[in-house]
Design a protein around this ligand. Structure first.
Ligand SMILES: [Fe+2]
Length: 254
């Protein structure tokens, strides 16, 4: 029995030593993963991967929209604000009297992130009551994250183009606040319209042009002239940019 006990004890000891050895190597693996995680899992790298997948058509625009939506939910907004140096971008920003102005965004160098991202990145800024006028796009996808201020945000599904009109259907009508995001594509929520409710309002925009190798197009619409159709959709005239800016670039309260 004594002998057996010793055997058992030795077996147990060996098992323990093996477990420790295994744990040790696991810790080593974890330490390695922890070391590389901040680099490989950085939101900017993920964002570039999603955009690259969209460009290669390995994901659909709709999938891209939901991936970015999820990504933006996880992002620590203050980290993003520091990463893009939003304070510096805001300094000396020229606010137009009608509509919005933009400034290009530059990312700092990061391992795993190409110097030229596959997407265009900009901030859009405006004064109170100014708007990113109601418009839709073709062959384009974009995502918009509110960095500052509050905006009245409306989206519409683009059903089809009929001559000089778009047939659209309302999908989103909300107050977009700091940290909220929205996106557009030919597949989902194509038409968007932002009106600033606060002294200033800014979004961080990620833009993918010329999807499927086709040139991007833009359609400014005259939403106030909408004609409600019996199936819940509406017919809206397409406007040239100057007329659209005059009519929608600055909201006047009566
Ligand atoms: Fe747009």
């Amino acid at each position: 029995m004594k002998n057996m006990n010793r055997k058992e004890f030795t077996k147990g000891l060996l098992a323990t030593i093996i477990s420790y050895a295994l744990m040790d190597s696991l810790f080593a693996t974890n330490a390695f993963i922890n070391h590389i995680n901040p680099l490989t899992k950085h939101w900017a790298i993920k964002l570039n991967e999603y955009c690259s997948d969209l460009k290669k058509q390995t994901i659909t625009p709709k999938e891209w929209q939901s991936l970015i939506d999820e990504l933006y939910k996880d992002i620590e907004l203050n980290d993003l604000i520091k990463f893009i140096d939003f304070r510096k971008l805001q300094t000396g920003f020229q606010y137009p009297d009608l509509g919005v102005n933009t400034k290009p965004v530059f990312f700092p160098k990061l391992d795993g992130l190409p110097e030229n991202t596959v997407f265009i990145k900009k901030i859009f800024g405006m004064k109170k009551d100014r708007a990113i006028i109601p418009h839709g796009h073709s062959n384009m996808a974009s995502a918009h994250l509110v960095l500052n201020g509050e905006m009245h945000l409306r989206h519409y599904e683009k059903i089809r183009k009929e001559g000089d009109n778009l047939i659209i259907k309302p999908t989103i009508d909300k107050l977009a606040k700091i940290g909220d995001s929205s996106s557009i594509s030919d597949e989902k929520d194509n038409v968007h319209w932002f009106v600033a409710n606060t002294d200033t309002a800014f979004t961080f925009d990620v833009i993918m042009l010329d999807l499927k190798g086709k040139a991007t197009d833009i359609h400014n619409i005259d939403i106030f002239e909408k004609q409600n159709l019996s199936d819940g959709t509406m017919r809206v005239p397409i406007l040239d940019v100057n007329t659209a800016l005059k009519k929608y670039g600055k909201e006047t309260h009566h």
